[in-house]
Design a protein around this ligand. Structure first.
Ligand code: NAG
Ligand code: CA
Length: 372
């Protein structure tokens, strides 16, 4: 009784004296149960196999096969050589929409070449073995950045398949800035392809040239998360420079302004005009100053967290947790920050509505989030 009373009193003091805003109160207790499954060296991305096992990429070039029921992991061999360093290495993994029939998986990664490193996307057939591992075969590079650069920064290259079977790639500008505005290169773009790497026929610049034909939208910096909402609209999160992380609604042919406009400033302190100075560019639906460092995105569609349906859930590095934003029509607004005490690298929603996340860094845990 005493204990309870003093706890209540202490809580009242903390909330009263410090004046914690009420929107942040609910984040004191995590609104979900998190179950740690496995631990990984610099994990980047997760993908669900039909048998409920999970593929996890690790940045040095390892592809792991996780069995969540046993909390064990095996190795998939045959991953291409990756350019590990800076932010580069093995990045995303996605299953072909007809994976159940063709066993094809897609990987994005940084590759070395003339001038440094650039992003690439390859596909291969995945054969699972009886020992909790497997092998890739017939690997084929289907897309790559049109130039490479030193420094190892901002490759991004999230992969996502749409309901029309198209493959979407969120292409970073590898810290080269102006190429994000160039229509003769594919840096700093959202790319839409067929599953074989050929440009999608309905793309907005389809008749303007081979590279132009890949481009769905331009003017992106470091787009690390893409997902569709229930209406089939594509949303994207990208890291801005110093300030100015963005949540964008992606429209065919639109220019999102980088590096000509931003809500942030350059790392050397130079200012950048804001989106409001250039109404011809698409402004973000939400932005963050200071940054949250968005590293992954889902638009929640399940039933396990009914209050989050239709919301953007962003895995965030510098906010060390999840950032939830509500979407109303064409607008978006931050609604909640859920501190998890760790930089959160990746996020995916499973078909049962559970949310899976992976932490960043040396011992990044794969975790399943379910309601309390
Ligand atoms: C790639 O797939 C598209 C759509 O199925 C097809 O039209 C095109 O011919 C294919 N390209 C190659 C090189 O196979
Ligand atoms: Ca922008």
């Amino acid at each position: 009784m005493h204990l309870q009373l003093s706890l209540t009193f202490a809580l009242a003091c903390v909330t009263g004296v410090l004046g914690v805003p009420s929107q942040h109160l609910e984040t004191r207790q995590q609104p979900f149960k998190s179950t740690a499954i496995t631990s990984h060296a610099e994990p980047w991305a997760i993908a669900f196999l039909p048998d409920s096992r999970v593929l996890v990429t690790e940045r040095r070039g390892n592809l792991r096969l996780v069995d969540p029921t046993k909390k064990t992991q095996g190795t998939i061999t045959g991953v291409p050589t990756v350019a590990y360093g800076g932010q580069g290495g093995l990045h995303d993994v996605a299953l072909h929409p007809k994976y159940a029939e063709n066993s094809i998986v897609y990987l994005s990664y940084a590759e070395s070449g003339s001038g440094g490193a650039g992003g690439a996307v390859a596909r291969a057939k995945l054969t699972l073995d009886a020992n909790g591992g497997g092998a890739l075969s017939g690997l084929e590079v289907i897309w790559r950045h049109t130039q490479k650069a030193s420094g190892g920064l901002q490759f991004a290259c999230r992969l996502l398949f749409g309901s029309d079977g198209a493959l979407w790639i969120s292409s970073g500008e590898i810290n080269q800035m102006t190429p994000a505005q160039s229509m003769t290169g594919n840096l700093g773009k959202v790319i839409k392809l067929y599953d074989n790497g050929t440009a999608f026929a309905g793309n907005p610049f389809a008749d303007q040239g081979t590279v132009q034909a890949q481009i769905y939208s331009l003017g992106h910096r470091n787009p690390l998360g893409i997902d569709f909402d229930a209406e089939g609209r594509l949303w994207e999160v990208e890291m801005g420079p110093m300030g100015g992380d963005e949540l964008n609604l992606i429209k065919a042919g639109a220019n999102y302004g980088w590096p000509l406009v931003s809500e942030g400033r350059h790392y050397d302190g130079r200012t950048i005009p804001s989106h409001s100075t250039r109404p011809d560019f698409a402004a973000p639906k939400a932005f963050w100053v200071p940054v949250i460092s968005p590293a992954g995105l889902i638009i929640y569609k399940g039933d396990l967290f009914p209050n989050w349906k239709g919301n953007a859930i962003i895995s965030s590095l510098s906010a060390t947790g999840l950032v939830r934003a509500t979407i109303t029509g064409d607008t978006a607004k931050e609604a909640q920050r859920i501190s998890m005490g760790k930089r959160m690298r990746g996020i995916r929603e499973d078909k049962d509505g559970a949310i899976w996340v992976i932490e960043d860094g040396a011992n990044g845990r794969l975790m399943k989030l379910t309601p309390n």
